[in-house]
Design a protein around this ligand. Structure first.
Ligand SMILES: Cc1cc2nc3c(=O)[nH]c(=O)nc-3n(C[C@H](O)[C@H](O)[C@H](O)COP(=O)(O)O)c2cc1C
Length: 190
């Protein structure tokens, strides 16, 4: 069991919508992923993660919103037709798109960075579980979704931290691109 958990963590990976095969992820599985996300650690139990899930026809609405907003917000000299098209295609190729939302505790019991960290833990839970269940996905942070995009009709104190694209795929496990962990740690022993 312990080894299975470690394997699941190591095998979590980003699978991009261009690799999705068009098959839907069952709603029950999406609910299970959210339930797993909901077990993340959270300082003072503020549980700041919220999710908004787009599927079916709502995807067209989201795809149009993203591509229109990209065009509106990007400085003209940085505009890319390819990125504009990708905004649309990524959404319609996905089975479900999960908006990742942080709910700021109105009484500010903990610093905001701790709430962002807790939401990130929730996303990591979801991401590991999705990979382990054989689904593909990745966390994307397009400029038009980070903040308070109108399409989400966010409540007070909520902020969107990006989208998790979810779908089915047939890719195997891809090699990890990482530097040596030993370059990222210091051990103090005395
Ligand atoms: C907070 C966060 C934001 C991310 N935003 C993007 C993004 O906007 N576009 C993108 O292609 N990948 C994004 N990624 C995914 C990373 O590119 C990906 O995790 C990285 O390449 C490592 O690959 P792996 O997830 O397969 O290990 C994001 C990841 C995190 C944690």
């Amino acid at each position: 069991m312990k080894l299975e958990v470690i394997e699941a963590i190591k095998n979590r990976q980003s699978v991009y919508p261009k690799f999705f095969n068009g098959e839907s992820v069952p709603l029950g599985a999406v609910e299970e992923l959210i339930e797993i996300a909901n077990t993340a650690p959270t300082h003072r139990l503020t549980q700041p993660w919220r999710f908004a899930v787009f599927s079916g026809d709502a995807r067209q609405r989201l795809a149009k919103f993203l591509s229109d907003e990209y065009k509106r917000l990007i400085p003209p000299e940085k505009y890319s037709e390819l990125k504009h098209k990708k905004r649309y295609d990524n959404v319609v190729k996905s089975s479900h798109i999960i908006a990742i939302i942080m709910q700021r505790d109105i009484e500010k019991h903990v610093p905001e960075w701790e709430e962002i960290a807790a939401v990130s833990c929730a996303v990591q839970n979801l991401w590991i579980a999705a990979s382990a269940m054989g689904y593909g996905g990745y966390w994307s942070t397009p400029l038009e979704m980070v903040g308070r995009p109108a399409i989400l009709k966010l409540d007070e104190g909520q902020r969107c931290l990006g989208l998790f694209y979810l779908g089915n795929h047939e890719l195997g496990i891809l090699p990890k691109v990482r530097g040596d962990y030993r370059d990222k740690v210091k051990f103090f022993t005395v």
